[in-house]
Design a protein around this ligand. Sequence first.
Ligand SMILES: Cc1cc2nc3c(=O)[nH]c(=O)nc-3n(C[C@H](O)[C@H](O)[C@H](O)COP(=O)(O)OP(=O)(O)OC[C@H]3O[C@@H](n4cnc5c(N)ncnc54)[C@H](O)[C@@H]3O)c2cc1C
Length: 309
Amino acid sequence: MSNYDVVVIGGGAAGLSAALVLSRARRKVLVVDSGTPRNGPAQHMHGFLSRDGLPPGELLAFGREEVKGYGGDLLDGSVTELVRCGKSGFWVLTSDGQRVFARRLLVATGLRDELPGIPGLGDRWARDVLHCPYCHGYEVRGMQLGVLGGSPDTVRYAQIVRQWADDVVFFAPPGTLTTVERSEMVARAIGIVEGTVKRILIEEDHLCGVEMEDGRTIRRGALFVPPRFVPNSDLLVGLGCDVDEARWPAKDSNGQTTVSGVWVAGNLANPRAQVITAAGEGSAAAIAINADLVDDDVQDAVRAFNLGF
Ligand SMILES: Cc1cc2nc3c(=O)[nH]c(=O)nc-3n(C[C@H](O)[C@H](O)[C@H](O)COP(=O)(O)OP(=O)(O)OC[C@H]3O[C@@H](n4cnc5c(N)ncnc54)[C@H](O)[C@@H]3O)c2cc1C
């Protein structure tokens, strides 16, 4: 059994960034990571100042080395359960049967992207089926782009994607567009294809179009699809942290949850966070955690002083 000041669950940008700050603050830190960062399927990561275009795995490999360089420990595996231990501590149980003690926890387990059930979408995910124009819009700029409608805010999403190409088609389920939305799209020359999408079409390992249920095919070079974001919050729920109806954790501006001693950062705390944002939120949470530990250390020191130790 090992004791840590902080165990970080999830070693993506958020978790590793927190671990770096905490290990540089001379805290004993363990990062447990199961190795499936959200942007893992993408070949390149964009928009991270000074690291634009780096393969996502390389950023994390650099981060792991930096954490190790300051004495942080890394464990490959999954955390299966978190259990409160005493007034201010936790047991962390891992998939390989280890039990580790932590004074504080940072949960940075990210989210899962659930795609609509259209055949072929999953196979092309992060290649030519995309969701984030800020991540990969530049790489498909000027191409024939499609935007899959049907979920909340997709009309606005199509207007944003239009920033990257003149030829954008919005696939609208029948009867879903309002008159205003339709006129706004027409005004910015966004094509509207109404109907039900049957499947995407692939030629020579490239997306080449979309086939509709009524037999029409619309040629496109890339398709923007809004996934449903599902938080990886089971561990928090098990610990008794408050979550909303979609299981997103309640938290304050530094990521402190409703259970004392437990913080969240990155996509688990903020589904809109880019890599650089997730890293920043991990850093902010780490600084708050260290301050909280210092408060405990002061109380312990005062008690020991008064007892004459
Ligand atoms: C296809 C795609 C491409 C993207 N491209 C970009 C881009 O170019 N630029 C950009 O800024 N953003 C991009 N993003 C967004 C980016 O992925 C997120 O901003 C970023 O991954 C959030 O970091 P995170 O640390 O919160 O979560 P993650 O990176 O998802 O890391 C969470 C980690 O927690 C681990 N984990 C989960 N559960 C457990 C458990 N129980 N025990 C132990 N470990 C666990 C996972 O294995 C994972 O390693 C992209 C997203 C997608 C889907």
